[in-house]
Design a protein around this ligand. Structure first.
Ligand SMILES: Cc1ncc(COP(=O)(O)O)c(C=O)c1O
Length: 393
């Protein structure tokens, strides 16, 4: 990227995990321009082939019975629709979400979000209950506890038993918490949590807005890293490489509830964004970006471990693939969050030509989630800049 003065940057955040395959990718521009020249908008009342072609390609990427796609414009809308479907499909109302989660800025998204930073003082969380964040660095059960996943998931059961009628509509979780600072759940967490939720009549929603499309490296979807298959999956951001596009994918059985009334979204699945969405999936396949995320993610994480050994201000480094976090502390023993240190490191990096994001409740965690097709040279640049930027704090 270049700024208005012509200064060059490596985009290490990709417009908040959105520019999945790079700015102005020629294959995507070609698909978009071609469609713009032909027909920009009709409405889903009239059939346009793009939406079907895109939906088929997307559904082919999903496991199990997750075969029905709904298209909307943003992640917040996708989560709103997912919660509607879950409530209709189960006949239950209560929803379990996680502390430290971010799911959107509309009423439904803000309701399931659990960060005071993003919650306005208005009514928005009816029926929502937040279980413990499975946050090994800060939570009760740490990286050294092999049973941590099961123990954090037990809190989901406690929340169901103590705070709901014992029946729930849904459990919603990001597969790795994004805005919360790229918090990776301990192994087994989602598997156990899903068991508790399904036993209480609920469906399981995976918010893949940041973790989907191969970014974790080992798998195409973040939930697969936890060995689970959700009932509803929401996605946005990287699905459109910058276009306003989002989706909800679910099973035919759950989707059937939507036939009770008319559900309509003017721009969802518009011919242009559908052409873009399909082109993004093609680039991900053609350029093998998932493999790149795995290789470079592991390489960078090894480099971050070395930086942690060198800079005492770093409390934790974590992540999967090209979704990597560096959490700053004032003191490694107390783990007091170091908001100022993190902000200074981000600012220093910007001056050195690297754009990064911040996350975590206190803004104490650097987030690195660049386009998935960055190069080894970019990775080396990132590590060199981080070393200098953090060293100067
Ligand atoms: C995990 C997650 N879910 C949902 C959303 C909301 O998406 P949008 O901003 O497109 O409404 C975000 C946005 O940051 C997100 O990170």
């Amino acid at each position: 990227m270049w700024d208005s003065t012509g200064k060059r940057y490596l985009d290490g955040l990709g417009g908040i995990v959105t520019v999945s395959v790079g700015h102005c990718h020629p294959h995507i521009l070609a698909a978009m321009n071609e469609q713009n020249k032909t027909l920009q908008h009709s409405t889903t009342i009239y059939l346009n082939p793009n939406i079907g072609a895109f939906a088929e390609k997307l559904a082919a990427k999903m496991p199990g019975d997750l075969k029905v796609c709904y298209f909307v414009n943003s992640g917040s809308e996708a989560n709103d629709l997912a919660l509607l479907m879950a409530r209709l499909a189960t006949g239950n109302y209560d929803v379990i979400a996680l502390r430290n989660a971010y799911h959107g800025g509309n009423a439904a998204g803000m309701g399931v979000t659990a960060h005071s930073t993003w919650k306005f003082n208005t009514p928005h969380s009816f029926g929502v209950h937040h279980a413990l964040a499975p946050y090994p660095y800060r939570g009760t059960w740490g990286y050294d506890d092999p049973e941590a996943g099961r123990k954090y998931a037990d809190d989901v059961k406690q929340v169901i038993d103590y705070t709901t009628p014992g029946k729930v509509a849904a459990f919603i979780a990001e597969s790795i918490q994004g805005v919360g600072g790229f918090v990776v759940f301990p192994d087994g967490y989602l598997k156990h949590a899903y068991e508790h939720v399904r036993a209480a009549g609920g469906v399981c929603i995976a918010d893949e807005v940041q973790t989907g499309f191969g970014r974790t490296g080992t798998h195409y979807w973040g939930f697969e890293t936890q060995g689970v298959v959700p009932d509803i999956v929401t996605m946005a951001k990287g699905i459109g490489n910058g276009a306003p596009l989002a989706a909800v994918v679910t099973t035919p059985k759950i989707a059937a509830v939507m036939a009770q009334k008319v559900h309509f979204n003017t721009f969802g699945g518009n011919p242009v964004v559908s052409a873009i969405g399909k082109a993004v999936l093609e680039v991900i396949d053609q350029e093998k970006t998932q493999a790149n995320c795995l290789e470079l993610g592991n390489y960078i994480l090894a480099g971050l471990d070395k930086l942690k050994a060198k800079h005492r201000i770093i409390g934790d480094v974590r992540g999967k693939g090209l979704l990597l976090g560096i959490e700053f502390v004032k003191d490694r023993a107390t783990k007091e969050p170091n908001k100022e240190g993190c902000a200074q490191a981000v600012e220093n990096a910007r001056e050195l030509g690297l754009l990064l994001g911040k996350g975590g409740l206190w803004g104490q965690t650097i987030r690195f989630a660049p386009p998935m097709n960055i190069t080894k040279g970019d990775a080396d640049f990132l590590l060199a800049v981080l070393d200098e930027a953090i060293g100067a704090v």
